[in-house]
Design a protein around this ligand. Structure first.
Ligand SMILES: *[C@@H]1O[C@H](CO)[C@@H](O)[C@H](O)[C@H]1NC(C)=O
Ligand SMILES: *[C@@H]1O[C@H](CO)[C@@H](O)[C@H](O)[C@H]1NC(C)=O
Ligand SMILES: *[C@@H]1O[C@H](CO)[C@@H](O)[C@H](O)[C@H]1NC(C)=O
Length: 204
């Protein structure tokens, strides 16, 4: 009897440790996300670096994961820092965010992406750089955005004219960006949720 219980216990712990990864800091790592070789589904690799959960882009840049919604297969990563007093994002040199198209993640359609310090030739494309666009409000209030004041900016509402795998910045195009998830333009800027929402394909 005792050995049966012990056997069952070992079986249960083996099955659950095979599937679920341990917490990272105070965050759960829901299936299929995987922080190690023997948990989750290895195709859904994320990283637990010094107790901080991170997502790695195709260029090998780590972005902090802010939250995960296993029921909707979504996670939110932190957009790069816009550097103080200049209007560059920290991932400018790598060309912005690019996801590996071989991996089962893409950029969700609930992001409002704001691009800053765009060159004039960007303006020939159908973007909204009007004085009422969201990025003007962000420049006035948003953290770290002061360096972008007065630069040309553009925003994309909900994935319009963006690919599902990248947000591009470069010299001669736009040099900085940020993103708000599920924006409510009627709410004050400081209640917006900054982040880039990614979505993963269900594993079956
Ligand atoms: C905007 O980008 C250009 C290069 O494309 C750079 O020379 C300029 O300093 C940037 N502006 C700000 C405010 O950082
Ligand atoms: C640009 O965005 C503002 C704010 O959302 C909106 O009021 C305006 O109609 C937009 N203009 C164009 C040309 O899409
Ligand atoms: C992103 O992936 C999801 C889940 O596989 C899919 O439903 C959606 O159509 C994709 N979005 C784009 C823009 O490719």
């Amino acid at each position: 009897m005792v050995s049966k219980i012990v056997f069952l216990f070992i079986l249960v712990t083996q099955v659950s440790s095979f599937k679920f990864c341990p917490k990272c800091g105070n965050m759960d790592v829901p299936y299929p996300l995987s922080t190690g070789d023997n948990c989750g589904d290895p195709r859904y690799k994320i990283y637990c670096n010094n107790n901080v959960l991170e997502f790695m882009s195709a260029q090998g840049i780590f972005y902090k994961i802010l939250n995960i919604s296993p029921w909707t297969s979504k996670l939110v990563i932190l957009p790069p820092i816009i550097q103080e007093n200049t209007c560059y994002s920290s991932d400018l040199l790598q060309g912005g965010l690019r996801l590996d198209e071989e991996l089962p993640f893409n950029i969700s359609t609930r992001n409002t992406v704001m691009l800053f310090n765009c060159s004039d030739n960007i303006l020939s494309s159908p973007l909204n750089c009007s004085s009422s666009s969201f990025c003007r409000q962000f420049e006035d209030v948003g953290e770290g955005a002061s360096g972008c004041k007065g630069t040309l900016c553009c925003h994309f509402l909900k994935d319009a004219s963006m690919t599902s795998h990248r947000i591009r910045v470069r010299l001669g195009g736009c040099t900085a960006y940020t993103s708000v998830v599920n924006i409510n333009p009627n709410e004050p800027v400081d209640s917006w949720n900054y982040g880039i929402e990614l979505q993963w394909k269900p594993p079956f």
